[in-house]
Write a protein that binds this ligand. Structure first.
Ligand code: ADP
Length: 251
């Protein structure tokens, strides 16, 4: 079944750690089928923002609205069930299941946190079309019947991303998905990200250290520095922005 298109609207997020203000009023919108890149130097607040959006941390101020519904007080698993999904880290894959079973398990509980103990046997016999296409784009077809611990680090990471896709997200937050991938794997990932957006209308928030990758695949790019948005524009505008170049691109 098609996943409902949803708009993510994040307004005025403030996050403090003691006296330190890590986010100082950040706004962000991700529409259906839109890839929004989030750039910024180390310590800019990117992970802190994703934590606030996904519910892993409670912001001191600000709201997170998913398709008109205020989810600011919701727990992470409830947001995930509503379609706001963070890419799973490869550590969260089950090494006693095959790649296929990992993907089936994620499809079954639609993003809810599950443990191996809770997992009886995947109820669905077949992977959904979306997951099959993701597996195909990531060239994982040949490893479906292997266990994640039999794969290279890069492949494991791609399985973790396919797993996030299997949970049927409306908005997918990818936190450094290209970390540890080789050039070929990064290219596969880039193609998948575009396909998630263009073909299935999934909104993607892409946080990456790999600046060329973000500029190549995003519709819009936001740049954070010291917990504030210093630029918001098309990849072309961001690449040409003086402030961004000074703060971040090392010019
Ligand atoms: P980025 O992901 O952009 O590298 P982070 O969101 O990880 O940046 O961190 C933003 C700032 O907040 C950094 O200065 C970091 O040291 C600080 N920070 C993050 N998490 C905590 C925490 N739990 N306690 C104290 N400071 C934190």
């Amino acid at each position: 079944d098609p996943v409902p298109a949803k708009v993510l609207e994040v307004r005025g997020i403030v996050q403090r750690f003691g006296a330190f203000t890590a986010l100082d009023g950040v706004d962000l919108t991700v529409g259906p089928g839109e890839v929004v890149g989030l750039l910024g130097p180390n310590g800019a607040g990117k992970t802190t923002l994703i934590d606030a959006v996904t519910g892993y941390a409670r912001p001191a101020a600000g709201t997170v609205v998913l398709d008109g519904e205020d989810v600011t007080g919701w727990a992470p698993h409830r947001r995930a069930r509503a379609g706001l999904t963070r890419s799973f880290q490869s550590l969260e894959l089950f090494d006693d299941l095959t790649v296929r079973e990992n993907l089936l398990a994620a499809s079954d509980d639609a993003g809810a946190a599950s443990s191996a103990r809770d997992l009886l046997w995947p109820r669905r016999a077949a992977l959904s079309d979306t997951v099959v296409a993701a597996v195909d784009e990531l060239e994982l077809t040949d490893v479906l019947d292997l266990r994640p611990d039999e794969l290279s680090y890069g492949r494991r990471r791609l399985v973790a991303i396919a797993r996030a896709v299997a949970s049927r997200p409306s908005v997918l937050l990818l936190d450094e998905p290209a970390a540890g991938l080789d050039e070929h794997e990064s290219a596969e990932l880039g193609r998948l990200i575009r396909r998630l957006a263009d073909q299935w209308g999934i909104g993607v928030l892409l946080i990456e250290h790999d600046v060329p990758m973000v500029l190549a695949h995003s519709d819009r790019v936001l740049v954070l520095d010291f917990g504030r948005t210093i630029a918001d524009g098309t990849p072309q505008e961001i690449a040409a922005d003086e402030g961004v170049r000074r703060a971040y691109l090392g010019d």
